[in-house]
Design a protein around this ligand. Structure first.
Ligand code: ADP
Ligand code: MG
Length: 252
């Protein structure tokens, strides 16, 4: 498989990993790039968000080698945007892989065996630092870290960075931090501003300029099975993800 492989990771749930993978993916695709979304969370939220058929073979089969990746890829309603779905079966992979040799390399090997060509492959990691996320980080060349603008975001961040460093050392030396971005920003709260200032001061150019605000339209779109660019193109959430997608194309 060709393409830049980017893992969206943060062991905290509800920080905007899935929403960002879907909507950045949709706008990068709209810009003419071919994008594959890999749902790597047993909750399958990403699959639902793009209207994928979760009953067909997906990430679990790819990991276990029961379906070649190329046969699991589904089209979406957005041109140039494709998805490998997942469902609750993927929970089993955590357990089944634990006994395997080189258990962190299964996703990378599945990508290596694929003949498909994309410009970008986005892996939507689950909210943990377990074997699935390790497979995602081992397969990727870049990791994107969405942060919710709240105090505890920073607490979790150091643990995530430790894991990334460990992966860089032992599993995947070519992994780099592709960027950090803020989601669900509420400009009215002082704390949100402080968190942004602190993270930006520390991580400098790693932080994307575009900040994703809290916007109810972004949370409504998934129930219609389409990304924001096919639900409400004029809302602030859509405009923000479009801008962030441009930054992503420019940077990676
Ligand atoms: P994660 O994948 O990190 O668990 P999600 O992307 O699923 O996080 O987001 C968690 C919840 O917050 C979802 O219900 C999603 O629709 C909602 N959400 C995400 N981003 C925003 C936003 N910018 N504004 C409002 N709601 C959002
Ligand atoms: Mg998610």
């Amino acid at each position: 498989m060709s393409g830049k492989i980017i893992a969206y990771a943060n062991q905290k749930g509800g920080v905007g990993k899935t929403t960002s993978a879907v909507n950045i993916g949709a706008y990068v695709a709209e810009a003419g790039k071919k994008v594959l979304l890999v749902d790597f969370d047993p909750q399958g939220n990403l699959s639902s968000s793009v209207g994928a058929d979760k009953e067909r073979s997906g990430a679990y089969d790819v990991l276990m080698g029961t379906s070649p990746l190329d046969e699991t890829v589904q089209e979406t309603t957005v041109r140039n945007l494709f998805v490998v779905p997942s469902n609750i079966d993927l929970t089993g992979a955590n357990v089944e892989l634990i006994e395997e040799k080189d258990r962190e390399f299964f996703l990378r090997n599945a990508f290596a065996a694929s003949k498909l060509e994309f410009d970008y492959i986005f892996i939507d990691c689950p909210p943990s630092l377990g074997l699935l996320t390790l497979n995602g980080l081992t397969a990727a060349s870049h990791v994107f870290i969405p942060l919710q603008c709240e105090y505890f975001a920073l607490e979790g961040l150091s643990l995530l960075l430790q894991s990334i460093r460990r992966v860089q050392k032992s599993l995947n030396p070519k992994l780099g931090i592709g960027g950090i971005f803020f989601t669900m920003y509420d400009s009215r709260t002082k704390l949100a501003n402080e968190v942004v200032q602190e993270v930006a001061g520390y991580f400098k150019e790693k932080v994307f300029k575009t900040i994703i605000p809290r916007n109810v339209r972004l949370s409504e779109a998934p129930s219609h099975g389409v990304p924001i660019n096919q639900y409400d193109t004029s809302c602030i959430g859509a405009k923000s993800y479009q801008k962030l997608a441009q930054e992503v194309i420019h940077r990676v």
